[in-house]
Design a protein around this ligand. Sequence first.
Ligand SMILES: [Zn+2]
Length: 152
Amino acid sequence: MKGKSAGGGAKPPPPQQAIFSRLSFLHQASSILPPSSIGLSRYYTSHLLSVSKKSVQRLSPAVKHTICKRCSSILLPGITSTTRVENKSRGGRKRWADVVVVTCGFCGGTKRFPTVNKEEMKEKKTKEKDTEGTEVLKDEEEGYKDADMTGA
Ligand SMILES: [Zn+2]
C-alpha cells in the first residue's frame, strides 16, 4: 500500500530518462563548484560514476574526459587541470600522433586523447580496436576501502 495518487493518464518517464537526468545533474553540479569545494565536487563525480555503473548507462566521452580517473576530481582546463599537446613521433612530424594530455591539478594523474578524430584514424588503421570505456571505472573503488575500521 503506497500513498501514491497519480492522476490517471500521465505515464511516468522511462527509467533511462530519469537516470540520464540524474547523471546530467551530477555532472553539472560538480562542474560549477569552485575549486575550494573540491570535496563536494568529488563526491558528485564519484556518485555520478557509481550511478552510471549501477545503471549500466555509459557516460558520454565528453563527460568522461572531464573526470579524473585517479581521484574523481572534475577536470576544468586552466582551473583544476592543465592541458598540453604532446607528439611522440620523430620530430613531431606525424600530425595524427598529436595527443592532448590533461593533467589533474590535484593528484597529477594524466589523461590522453588523440586529437585526430576516430573516422580519420580508421582510414589509417582499420584494425585497431576501440578500447575506450571498458576499464574506466575500476580504480575508483579503492578509495572506499581505505577506511580502516579497527578501532576499539
Ligand atoms: Zn586526479
